[in-house]
Ligand binder design. Structure first.
Ligand SMILES: Nc1ncnc2c1ncn2[C@@H]1O[C@H](COP(=O)(O)OP(=O)(O)OP(=O)(O)O)[C@@H](O)[C@H]1O
Length: 589
């Protein structure tokens, strides 16, 4: 299957209504859509002919005996086959339109999600976002493709009414009398059901979150013997869904009998008025039979009208949420004429202030210089802003004040791809993809050879344990790499960063889960790896701090001391305090 780019996008003009904004997308598939609508209209024209043939057949071949019955039977069979064929094609094209639209919408939404800044993901819950965006895309797609088709089906009413008028005006009016009522009732029922079905959707999503958390957090649940509590939570959630479904059933059972029986009232009216007319001699038996068929044929489109209104409401709410995502600008983007230059790794933070999107001030005037090739350990209490330094350096976020420069270039002037290629970040809880260890390490350099990957793994102290795995480097790590221990994952992540060979390396507590003795062993190779590279190490352990030439002490978003480990120990009591706190956390007696 060849992949294609989305044919169009959503109109960026936020002042337009949701349908207007989606129009370019529909227009891009207009050929398919119009073909399907034309076909379904043609099918309807054929369909309304059949009762008319039945009428003529009854009147001429059965009652008057002036024509051959067989002719009409064959005509009806022929038309039914033709209608079947046309409907088959119409449906095929309609579904194709629907899936093409869905394909485009998915691509537009997911590619935008991939470009959104970190700040967006701080604000929204990703799990909910993913499950919701899927159903939202479907709701919009359904309305855009099936909506026009339902409208075409409602057109059958106009065609059939015209035909009935040409046969018998008073009876045509009698046959149509219940239709507006069916339409109105259908709309009212959908209006009553809409809030409940919305509630069902929301409650199902909530249940999915509860189940998801139970599965993801199963170790914690079991460790705290909290299965009972979790089950109660699940039962509560399921109970709320049951309640909503019961409401739904109550509304349906109230409206459906009415909606089902109204056409019967229509049939009775046609029989009564038509019957009198036949007795009186002003119409024929065939006409009553044909009109009966019309009454039955016309009510589904009128009922669909209500459904279309509900689909429209749902699609409009879904579209609003999709547009919320699409209208969020990818605010960390390349500036004009972005620089793509090789960096030496001369880092300077100048009076940097930064607050996260939720307003938390993380850095409050940080000035810090790290020269090329230098290794600096950043030490400080929890929440003092250590990790934020690396995030600003790689431009995961932009500073709110001051500036961050690399080799004198403000990071905002560098091409993002070049910047991220040259600043390698290893977080303390690295994410591994569900693929082989080789592919995980080669993530930033997919064309790396096996020798290069192994060399990076050796440098990160990962080679030994990888070789002991059942398939070595080809071992696929489970979802989120759960089959590896925290320390092993960290080593794979370090190898991943080293393989790209970035001039700037940020190890954000990247060895925190690695066994102290293993850490000691890999220090020699890490020290080797850091030579010539500017390295920022967020560190808690004395042993990790030992890798650094210099130590920076942070407190409440500021650098409060800067010097060698020995000089800080001597001159800065707060340094000793922080060390004491983190080492006591590290090594319980
Ligand atoms: N994504 C975020 N959204 C909002 N606030 C955040 C976010 N990340 C961090 N913070 C807040 O910013 C402040 C600095 O966080 P940072 O992660 O830089 O601290 P840290 O010194 O690395 O802490 P730790 O040692 O606990 O990892 C903290 O108050 C933290 O709660």
């Amino acid at each position: 299957m060849s992949r294609r780019a989305p044919r169009a996008s959503i109109d960026p003009d936020v002042r337009l209504g949701w349908l207007r904004r989606a129009l370019p997308l529909v227009k891009a598939h207009r050929v398919l859509l119009i073909t399907s609508l034309t076909l379904s209209f043609a099918g309807l024209i054929v369909q309304v002919q059949i009762p008319n043939l039945v009428r003529i057949g009854i009147d001429e071949a059965i009652v008057d005996k002036t024509a051959q019955l067989g002719t009409y039977v064959w005509w009806i069979v022929g038309l039914a086959l033709l209608q079947g064929l046309i409907n088959f094609l119409a449906r095929l094209y309609l579904l194709r339109t629907a899936y093409e639209l869905e394909y485009d919408l998915r691509n537009i939404v997911y590619s935008h999600l991939a470009r959104l800044p970190f700040g967006f993901y701080d604000r929204v819950q990703t799990g909910e976002l993913m499950s919701r965006s899927g159903s939202d895309i479907r709701a919009v797609q359904m309305y855009l493709s099936f909506g026009p088709s339902i409208l075409v089906q409602c057109l059958i009413a106009v065609v059939a009414f015209g035909l009935m008028l040409s046969i018998n005006v008073p009876l045509a009016i009698v046959a149509m009398i219940t239709m507006p009522v069916i339409g109105l009732l259908g709309v009212s029922m959908r209006k009553a059901i809409f809030p409940v079905s919305w509630m069902i959707q929301a409650r199902l999503a909530h249940l999915a979150t509860v189940v998801d958390e139970n599965i993801q957090g199963v170790r914690i649940v079991k460790a705290f013997a909290a299965e009972g509590r979790q089950l109660r939570q699940l039962a509560e959630s399921a109970d709320r869904i049951r309640w909503a479904y019961l409401q739904d059933a109550r509304i349906r059972s109230r409206w459906n009998p009415l909606l089902d029986n109204l056409p019967r009232l229509g049939l009775a009216l046609v029989l009564m008025v038509g019957g009198y007319m036949v007795i009186e001699g002003s119409t024929t038996v065939g006409t009553i039979v044909a009109f009966n068929s019309y009454v039955l044929m016309l009510q589904p489109p009128f009922r669909l009208l209500g459904m279309m209104i509900m689909m429209g409401q749902r699609a409009s709410a879904s579209a609003r949420r999709i547009y919320d995502i699409l209208d969020t600008p990818s605010d960390v983007v390349d500036g004009p004429d972005p620089l793509d230059v090789p960096l030496r790794g001369d880092i300077a933070f100048t009076d940097v202030r930064f607050a996260y999107p939720n307003g938390t001030v993380a850095l409050d005037g940080v000035t810090l210089r790290v020269r090329p090739g230098e290794t600096v350990a950043v030490v400080g209490g929890t929440g003092s802003g250590k990790s934020t330094l690396g995030r600003l350096l790689a431009r995961f976020y932009d500073v709110t004040g001051g500036r961050v420069t690399l080799d004198g270039h403000d990071v905002r002037t560098l091409a993002l791809s070049s910047l991220r290629q040259q600043v390698g970040i290893v977080p303390d809880e690295p994410f591994l993809f569900s693929m082989s260890i080789h592919d995980n390490i080669a993530y930033g350099k997919p064309d790396a050879t096996r020798v290069e990957v192994a060399a990076a793994a050796v440098a990160a102290g990962a080679d030994e344990f990888i070789r002991e795995l059942p398939d070595g480097y080809d071992t696929v790590v489970g979802e989120r790499g759960y089959t590896l221990s925290g320390g092993q994952r960290q080593r794979v992540a370090i190898a991943r960063a080293l393989l790209v060979n970035p001039p700037v390396l940020v190890l954000d507590d990247a060895t925190s889960a690695i066994d102290v003795t293993v850490e000691q062993r890999i220090h020699t190779s890490l020290r080797e790896q850091m030579r010539g590279r500017t390295t920022l190490i967020v560190a808690h352990r004395l042993s990790t701090i030992g890798l650094a030439d210099r130590v920076v002490l942070m407190e409440a978003g500021r650098v409060i001391a800067d010097g060698t480990h020995a000089s800080l120990l001597e001159s800065e009591p707060r340094y000793a305090q922080v060390l004491a706190a983190s080492t006591s956390l590290e090594a319980p007696a």
